[in-house]
Design a protein around this ligand. Structure first.
Ligand SMILES: Cc1cc2nc3c(=O)[nH]c(=O)nc-3n(C[C@H](O)[C@H](O)[C@H](O)COP(=O)(O)O)c2cc1C
Ligand code: SF4
Length: 391
């Protein structure tokens, strides 16, 4: 809702909300509705990645807003995996108490809301580090860095670091974790033939490129048990010459579903994709009409056919009736929202109560990306609108 605008009571036909607000399980974890907060890095942690009061407050507001599952912004599992200043980390045991405050706050204020921690290693896509490492030596043009190739010993350390991070998330009271294997970060770099040119057991065939993810899954289960849901976010297409395309992402998704992952979130693009076309990145702009919404839906439909675990769809989803239609046709089990919940953290409750319009207020301008390095994530567009209406 725009500032000062009169709130209208919307007649929401039952057909539009019957599935959206229906509970569904992910790996034994009951999610009260089909709305997921897609991972959104916050830019609010201390320099060592520890949780601040500002972060706890952000998650309290999100939990109160009615979303069914919150996935945190990506937390780095090793200092060598840090992408951004003021990014959260989960690489040491003494970071657990801060994270516990977030888990407890969500559970206390969220009326059944569940919370998962997203785990990441940035690989070649780091703004924070001078030196980066990656599966192979492939120049990264956005951060303007040449990574060095990881040794097998370093790969082994990273597998252990992901598993240890998941163990810490569980100890902190989180309901689940999600591996970030999308958007060109380290696991995405291993999956992609564009960034993975290795000739050892971690490169080459699709199976070999999946190996690091499979090893992390197995090591994590050893530490957290089979009942703790481990989800994964992956690319349906890298939108880069020589990268993952739909044909291959279907094979990857099928394998991940068989390995035991609890859910797959389908996204697309790497940072480098922006050098090819800004219209192909994960957070696309100009989503101003319903036909532009859910831009990964055609891919998700194909992935859904080969997996037997829940599919979380993300990318430009803005309207309640669009979500209901996607759920009804069986193309996805959950709809994940990032930017709409930056602007309106209470959007799920607004829809549930039938207040305002069916479409989120977010205009997909991406000005919020700039706020990550200027005090923490927020809707800059909303601030501009409020300043204009006040002045
Ligand atoms: C400010 C901002 C921070 C983001 N942080 C993350 C993140 O930490 N992990 C991740 O997987 N995706 C991240 N994304 C991508 C979103 O999760 C999502 O995939 C993308 O924005 C498309 O969804 P939307 O149209 O609902 O925003 C971020 C996007 C934005 C705009
Ligand atoms: S700045 Fe606000 S309106 Fe623009 S994309 Fe971000 S959340 Fe949406």
């Amino acid at each position: 809702m725009k500032g000062g605008e009169k709130v209208s009571k919307l007649e929401v036909p039952k057909s539009i909300t019957s599935l959206v607000f229906e509970p569904k399980e992910i790996g034994g974890m009951v999610i009260k509705n089909r709305l997921v907060r897609s991972a959104t890095t916050e830019g609010m942690a201390s320099e060592d990645g520890s949780v601040t009061d500002k972060l706890v407050e952000l998650y309290k507001i999100l939990a109160e807003g009615g979303v069914g599952l919150i996935i945190t912004g990506y937390a780095y599992v090793q200092p060598s995996g840090k992408a951004l200043p003021r990014q959260t980390g989960i690489y040491r045991d003494d970071l657990i108490p801060g994270w516990r405050k977030i888990a407890e706050t969500v559970h206390e204020h969220g009326d059944g809301c569940k919370v998962a921690m997203q785990l990441v290693h940035c690989g070649r896509q780091s703004w924070s580090l001078e030196e980066t490492m990656a599966p192979s030596v492939v120049f990264e043009p956005v951060v303007n860095k040449m990574p060095r190739e990881m040794t097998v010993e370093e790969i082994e350390e990273t597998i252990e670091a992901f598993a240890e991070a998941a163990r810490r998330a569980k100890e902190a009271g989180f309901d689940a974790v999600q591996l970030h294997a999308a958007h060109g970060y380290l696991l995405s770099q291993f999956l992609s033939p564009y960034t993975n040119r290795r000739t050892d057991e971690y490169g080459g065939s699709t199976e070999n490129r999946i190996k690091i993810v499979e090893d992390i899954y197995k090591r994590t289960v050893e530490k957290v048990g089979k009942d703790f849901p481990i989800m994964i976010k992956m690319n349906v297409d890298d939108f880069l010459e020589g990268g993952i395309n739909l044909n291959e992402s279907r094979k990857i998704a099928e394998r991940l579903s068989k390995i035991g992952f609890a859910a797959i979130e389908t996204s697309g693009g790497m940072d480098e994709t922006a050098t090819r076309s800004i219209d192909l990145v994960a957070s696309r702009t100009k989503i101003r009409s319903k036909d532009k919404e859910a831009y990964f839906l055609p891919y998700a439909r194909e992935v859904k056919k080969v997996i037997d675990i829940p599919l979380i769809l993300v990318g430009g989803i803005r309207s309640l009736d669009v979500i209901e239609k996607i759920l009804a046709e069986g193309s996805a089990d959950f709809a994940a929202l990032c930017r709409p919940l930056i602007r309106e953290p209470d959007l799920p409750n607004r829809w549930l109560k039938g207040i305002g319009g069916l479409t989120a207020d977010c205009i997909s301008c991406n000005a919020c990306l700039g706020s990550l390095v200027e005090g923490g994530v927020r809707c800059i567009q909303k601030e501009i609108t409020e300043q204009e209406s006040a002045g």
